[in-house]
Design a protein around this ligand. Structure first.
Ligand code: B4P
Length: 191
């Protein structure tokens, strides 16, 4: 089993690169952003509550997101590995994930951090907002999402660095070139 965390600020390309990684390495994709957007679209009680956080650029509470991950892991005992996209986003989530995986005897093998400077993140997300109409891609909300990232999510990188699992990949350039750099890190870790 191979478990990978794709880490980075909002708009760094986690979702974009996950698609390539899944098809190349056959890992099962778990994107908390996608799961939450599906709950919002279905207007479930969880989705109605989560939408308030998401539309303000805030994180959804840890216990909600951890519960979602736990159910996803349980639902796929056949998986040969998982790619965690957009999770963990707080140190509490990272600790909870370690506990869930410890229970299954399959720890996180590798954490890839996509490095993208702030002005590029804002440019990409504003453009995505124009193209897709995503309600959390307005300039005001993006500013808060980046603030939340620095306050709550950036410490997750230190958590994995201390555990010797973090590697960085330059996240600016063509999607194909970035994918090649990511693949090299995964191949190295698998070898
Ligand atoms: P997410 O859905 O995780 O989204 P994201 O951080 O905005 O995007 P990502 O990094 O995946 O970027 P993408 O590939 O799409 O989170 C949304 C919200 O959900 C959060 O704000 C939070 O409220 C909530 N949430 C999710 N997980 C949570 C958790 N664990 N705990 C609490 N709350 C949680 O790329 C962005 C854009 O850039 C795209 O338009 C793409 O086409 C473009 N792009 C990608 N790569 C590029 C490249 N190399 N060059 C140019 N453009 C590129």
């Amino acid at each position: 089993m191979f478990n990978l965390v794709l880490f980075g600020p909002p708009g760094s390309g986690k979702g974009t690169q996950s698609e390539n990684i899944i098809s190349q390495f056959g890992l099962l994709h778990i994107s908390t952003g996608d799961i939450l957007r599906a709950e919002v679209a279905a207007e479930t009680p969880l989705g109605v509550e989560a939408k308030k956080n998401m539309d303000n650029g805030e994180l959804v509470p840890d216990e909600v997101v951890i519960g979602m991950i736990s159910s996803k892991l349980d639902a796929h005992p056949e998986a040969k590995g998982f790619i965690f996209d957009g999770f963990p986003r707080t140190v509490a989530q990272a600790e909870a994930l370690d506990k869930l995986l410890e229970f299954k005897n399959n720890p996180i093998n590798l954490v890839i951090s996509l490095e993208v400077k702030e002005e590029e993140l804002i440019k990409r997300l504003v453009q995505r907002g124009i193209d897709s109409g995503r309600s959390d891609d307005t300039e005001e909300v993006i500013t808060n999402r980046i603030k939340q990232y620095h306050e709550k999510t950036a410490p997750v990188a230190d958590f994995y660095k201390e555990h010797g699992k973090l590697v960085s990949v330059e996240g600016i350039g063509s999607i194909g070139d970035i994918f090649e750099a990511i693949s090299a890190k995964i191949e190295h870790s698998l070898a």
